[in-house]
Design a protein around this ligand. Structure first.
Ligand code: DAH
Length: 360
């Protein structure tokens, strides 16, 4: 009897140990195949006496049934494990990233982004945006802004002149955004509160100067706008733009033909470790020119300096963009290198606003 129990135990263990369907089939053949161990036992039944068969028959048949049952159960287990493995291996991951849509993949140039930031800050203070052409008349670029004919201040600007037209008038590539002050004051009655972001041009090219660069001009004209207002506006702007709670500013007397008095403005910063930080430190960084609009400029626009007054400022955009975003060189701004743009550019849907934050 023990031989059958032993065989059963042995066969069931082998069934259990079969790691795949092929191994299981080998166990089946060894037990139940033509020359299998269980089949051999079954064959012995024929040669037994009826008494022997009566006793051994159920035992051997029981052994066969047990082995068959175990094989069938093991087969089920192996089949579902195989199916599971296949499902895992052949899984189609529908969450694989699809190619980014153009409006997600594209990048906004840092200058465009900074113009948006500046616009958001001044819009919050009630300013609107004005613009004018890049090719400007000599009158609007200089004369109306109180640069007398032949005045040396015209030379300061390294102007690009265009060929004279039939009337002998020589247009210029505007050297600053200030001519749009005149365009605005001659087309719109005060109160005026505008900013003018735009391209400007000077014959100058080195590591920190490009022949085309960007400025943002500001102009406020009403009956009482004064220097204190100007200081407040510029301070609020710097705090918002550089995203700091405090800035220290220094107003140095200066000269511009179109403002009187005029000042150049520095903001305090630290340059420790080659990194510029605002709102702290011992260093000063010049960021803009400003002043009270000169009475001659108001007169040139048909305004009465005894009735209205105001202030204006002009600031280079490229440099404050470089400072804010840690870009070491100005020239790549204008090289249209898509690798640079991918690195320094901004996501198109990150639109700066004072509510959601200028920089995300
Ligand atoms: N237009 C000047 C420049 O290009 C900058 C400037 C200075 C603009 C003072 C202003 C101002 O409006 O008031 O250098």
């Amino acid at each position: 009897m023990t031989d059958l129990t032993q065989l059963e135990r042995d066969l069931l263990a082998r069934v259990e140990a079969a790691g795949d369907e092929a191994a299981l089939e080998a166990v089946r053949v060894a037990a139940l195949g033509k020359k299998g161990s269980v089949s051999d036992l079954l064959k012995t039944l024929g040669g037994m006496t009826p008494e022997e068969r009566k006793e051994r028959g159920p035992l051997i048949n029981g052994l066969r049934d047990a082995v068959q049952g175990a094989i069938a159960a093991r087969k089920d287990v192996l089949a579902s494990a195989a199916l599971e493995a296949r499902l895992l291996a052949e899984r189609l991951d529908v969450t694989l990233p699809v190619p980014e849509a153009p409006e997600v993949r594209g990048r906004i140039h840092p200058i465009s982004q900074v113009v948006e930031e500046i616009t958001a800050i001044f819009a919050d203070m009630g300013f609107s945006v004005a613009d004018g052409p890049d090719i400007e008349t000599d009158y609007l670029n200089f004369t109306a802004l109180n640069f007398p004919e032949g005045h040396p201040a015209r030379e300061m600007h390294d102007t690009f002149f265009l060929a004279p037209d039939e009337k002998g008038e020589r247009k210029v590539l505007r050297t600053h955004t200030s001519p749009v002050q005149i365009r605005t004051m001659t087309s719109k009655a005060p109160p005026i509160r505008i900013i003018i972001p735009g391209r400007t041009y000077r014959h100058d090219s080195d590591q920190t100067h490009t022949p085309m660069f960007h400025q943002v001009e500001g102009l406020v004209i009403d009956t009482q706008a004064n220097i204190a207002h100007m200081k407040w506006v510029l301070e609020e702007f710097c705090k918002a733009f550089f995203e700091v709670d405090q800035v220290k500013m220094r107003f140095r007397p200066s000269f511009f033909p179109f403002t009187e008095p005029s000042a150049e403005v520095d903001i305090q910063c630290s340059r420790k470790g080659g990194e510029i930080r605002f709102g702290e430190g011992e260093d000063w960084l010049e960021i803009l020119g400003c002043g009270m609009v000169h009475p001659n400029v108001l007169r040139n626009c048909g305004l009465d300096p005894d009735k209205v007054q105001g202030f204006a400022w002009g600031m280079g955009i490229d440099r404050i963009a470089m400072l804010k975003y840690g870009m070491p060189d100005l020239r790549p701004f204008f090289e249209a290198d898509v690798r640079w743009l991918n690195h320094y550019g901004f996501r198109p849907l990150d639109i700066p606003s004072l509510v959601s934050g200028l920089t995300s």
